[in-house]
Write a protein that binds this ligand. Structure first.
Ligand code: DLL
Length: 434
């Protein structure tokens, strides 16, 4: 059963959505021109003025924004309202260069929390539910966003934040949490922990999980659904655009609906910057049409996916984006071959492994070395050398046929790869440091 939070918007006709977007875009371009000198300069350099933008059909005229722009304008250069009206900041978890600092006024917080409330409702959430928010709280947007969304929906909200697994499980069971929000890797870890404690899925009250902030595969979804006995929903977003809830999955689990009354999605060719037609795979670009304090126009996300407007069985009309296929900047080029970590994960999960792996890339002389360390599950763990060698050989072959590239596969003991409470670190590319 679907629980629409705002059916008049979520199920609006295409014409109605376009009308909303047209009006908001025209206003937003004027707002940015008047209040964000950094972006105004970019528009002037491209020879565009607000008068040139009369509808979403004129979007292509506007300049893109990139992470480099945000670094250059750090910290206040993209602020769109007087600082006295800003009520919050969040920041990305980026490990290189300057962090991105995003600003919010009360209006921005309200619209963001609405987006998150829609996501929880689409996962079946109502005010009857107990929603445990196990994303990190603080500068990261995961905790604050879903906490706010859960409040708006009227769920009893349990803001555990990430970590302290024993306490997470205690609250899950004692407070009868029916919905959990965390990264998919942490959900998988919770599943492992419950299993170790001898608990079966029927002994925990959860019915749904809202997982995002990092790439995960369909196979990983099935694993989590089985170990936790829930339906697992994908949620997408990024700090620059507010945080989680830019798009979310409904019960059809056929892609994530973009909240189109707030965000216009485009897919571009990352090299030529040409806008691609519906269905094409490319880089996702977003325009936030009504965010005021940190207004992003044509922001290049580096995330790779495609869009579809095929009708969805849930009744929502907003465009859907596919599960992310990778990032233009996470794509590894190993011995000249493009490799996305998600392809590796698909092979591993199909072969019965869990998503506990580490991809190690280095340069030895002039050649790239490419190793994948994979944890054996407790069930398959053995010290029989012949059996391990046979398993490794099988994985090398399966990976070769998926990637067209030979990797060294090393099977390691269960629990030997460090777990993460937030986003998992799965790639160590030492070549970057040469
Ligand atoms: O990760 C916001 C978020 C919090 C989303 C909680 C969902 C749930 P950032 O830290 O700025 O924001 O990272 C944004 O994370 O560009 C994607 O590459 C990746 N990402 C986010 N959601 C997904 C997802 C938050 N569902 C970056 N699948 C984005 C794959 C995701 N990758």
């Amino acid at each position: 059963m679907e629980h629409y939070y705002q059916p008049e918007i979520e199920c609006a006709s295409r014409e109605e959505i376009i009308k909303i977007q047209n009006e908001k875009l025209v206003k937003q371009v004027r707002h940015v021109w008047d209040n964000v000198p950094y972006y105004r300069k970019k528009m002037e350099e491209k020879g565009v003025t607000p008068d040139d933008v009369k509808s979403i059909d004129d979007l292509y005229k506007l300049p893109f924004l990139s992470k480099d722009d945000l670094r250059e304008s750090y910290p206040f250069g993209m602020m769109g309202v007087p600082q006295k009206d800003v009520v919050r900041i969040h920041s990305t978890s980026g490990t290189t260069g300057k962090r991105v600092v995003a600003f919010y006024n009360q209006h921005d917080i309200d619209l963001w929390e609405d987006c998150c409330a829609r996501a929880i409702a689409a996962a079946g959430g109502t005010k009857e539910d107990v929603c445990q928010v196990s994303y990190g709280f603080g500068l990261f947007t995961g905790g604050a966003g879903l906490n706010g969304g859960s409040h708006k929906l009227g769920c009893m909200t349990v803001p555990t934040s990430s970590g302290n697994t024993d306490r997470q499980i205690m609250f899950l069971r004692d407070l009868n949490a029916t919905i959990i929000c965390c990264t998919p890797s942490y959900a998988a870890f919770l599943g492992e922990s419950l299993k170790e404690m001898g608990l079966t899925p029927d002994e925990i009250p959860l019915k749904a999980g809202i997982f995002g902030a990092e790439a995960w595969s369909e196979e990983m979804r099935r694993d989590i659904e089985k170990t936790l006995g829930i339906k697992a929903y994908d949620i997408y977003g990024l700090t620059e655009l507010s945080g989680p809830g830019v798009s979310f999955e409904c019960s059809a689990q056929q892609g994530m609906h973009v909240n189109e009354d707030h965000f216009i999605a485009e897919i571009i060719d990352p090299d030529t910057e040409e806008v691609l037609p519906e269905g094409a795979v490319g880089e996702l670009v977003f325009t936030a049409v009504d965010k005021e304090a940190f207004p992003m126009i044509r922001y290049r996300t580096h995330d790779v996916c495609s869009l579809t407007r095929e009708p969805c069985s849930c009744g929502r009309t907003h465009v859907r984006m596919t599960r992310l296929m990778g990032r233009t900047d996470d794509m590894l080029i190993i011995r000249g071959v493009n490799v996305f970590p998600s392809q590796i994960e698909t092979v591993l999960l199909n072969e019965g492994y869990a998503a506990n792996y580490l991809i190690l890339v280095d340069r030895v002389g002039t050649t790239d070395s490419f190793e994948i360390q994979v944890e054996m599950t407790p069930e398959m763990f053995t010290d029989n050398v012949g059996e391990v060698a046979e398993r490794q050989k099988n994985l090398v072959e399966k990976l070769k046929s998926m990637l067209g590239l030979r990797a060294k596969v090393t099977l390691v003991a269960p629990k030997s790869i460090a777990r993460s409470e937030g986003k998992a670190v799965r790639v160590i590319d030492k070549r970057k440091f040469f």
